[in-house]
Design a protein around this ligand. Sequence first.
Ligand code: FMN
Length: 212
Amino acid sequence: MYRSKLIYKWVNIEMIKFRNKIIQEEKEVIIEAVLTTLNSDKTPHFSTAGVKLNADIVEFYLYKSSKTAENLINTKKGVINITDSALHIVKSALSEPDFEVHKTADTNCFYLKNSCRYLEFNAAEAAEKKEKYLIRADIISRNNLREYIGFNRASNLLVEAAVMASRIGISCSSEEARNFLQKNRRIIIKTAGAAEIKCYNFLKKYLKYPGG
Ligand SMILES: Cc1cc2nc3c(=O)[nH]c(=O)nc-3n(C[C@H](O)[C@H](O)[C@H](O)COP(=O)(O)O)c2cc1C
């Protein structure tokens, strides 16, 4: 009995140490995540945004014209999905995907089934910053689903291509985005798995890129 209590205590301490390590490392970077918000008919809406986590607070910038900003202003709640799937990040930014989701426990919102981990949040403030809002939100739960697969060059390049594609007409031309895909085609194909090839084909179609 005494031994099992000790093991339980040790596992708890290790879990807290692991959580604190993640919280510390998160503070230093912007993480590209899939955000889930709720539409007025309670269906999930997906978009991609860079988030800055700091312990129990998150900050991110959203274009005022985005559906995500509209949903957050209406419902004040959402989910940050942290994933290694370029396909989910790219499709969330450039289309209206229909991903597999599950209901969250605390906010009645949705998380991506494919996430490595997800964080539920309540939006506390939307400060006006020119054409964007700076959203500040309180994180109300952290949930781990699976391990992060690891750093993949194809995924990285596909996400960069999607950033360019999402800025066409703002700070990038379709030609520049197509050239980027062309320039990195060989590395993408060499390092991609099936999901990344699907993502590459999606981007080719989106950008009307005729190459192989
Ligand atoms: C990797 C990546 C990061 C992005 N980060 C942001 C961001 O931080 N804020 C933002 O407003 N849009 C960002 N975008 C663009 C949005 O995902 C895109 O404009 C999307 O269409 C907005 O969707 P919505 O209008 O349906 O909310 C990003 C796109 C990509 C590919």
